[in-house]
Design a protein around this ligand. Structure first.
Ligand SMILES: Nc1ncnc2c1ncn2[C@@H]1O[C@H](COP(=O)(O)OP(=O)(O)OP(=O)(O)O)[C@@H](O)[C@H]1O
Ligand SMILES: [Mg+2]
Length: 105
């Protein structure tokens, strides 16, 4: 289910669940930093990664990775996902802490 009450910029729980369910990773590292009034979240795994091109074609919009960037933008921030077969996956989001928008706690 998409989280309609709270955009959270990047749904951290979704992203960690992805790393646990799909990556076969040995390591999942979650970091949170506050830098220049932004919350910076990184979820990094050293699993098998994936081919974004293949996944994007099969995506159900509003869910999972399809909406990470969109949700971050709704909250005035940005997000990026870096991956590739054999390369692990990193999701980075930068979300403003000041002048936060509604539903972006
Ligand atoms: N960290 C990851 N490592 C490897 N593959 C991933 C990772 N994150 C996502 N994927 C791939 O991208 C696909 C899409 O992820 P997405 O979160 O959109 O959907 P899902 O996890 O399959 O379903 P849902 O999140 O709706 O329960 C996954 O099915 C998986 O193939
Ligand atoms: Mg998922």
């Amino acid at each position: 289910m998409p989280d309609t009450d709270n955009q959270s910029g990047m749904n951290l729980a979704d992203t960690i669940a992805n790393a646990m369910r799909h990556a076969s990773a040995k390591l999942i590292r979650v970091t949170a930093d506050i830098r220049n009034n932004n919350l910076e979240l990184t979820v990094e795994d050293n699993g098998h990664g994936f081919d974004m091109g293949n996944v994007i074609q099969n995506i159900r919009s509003g869910y999972g990775i399809a909406s990470i960037r969109e949700r971050a933008m709704i909250c005035g921030g940005r997000a990026e996902l870096t991956t590739g077969p054999g390369k692990g996956t990193t999701v980075f989001a930068q979300l403003p802490l000041k002048n936060r928008r509604k539903n972006c706690d």
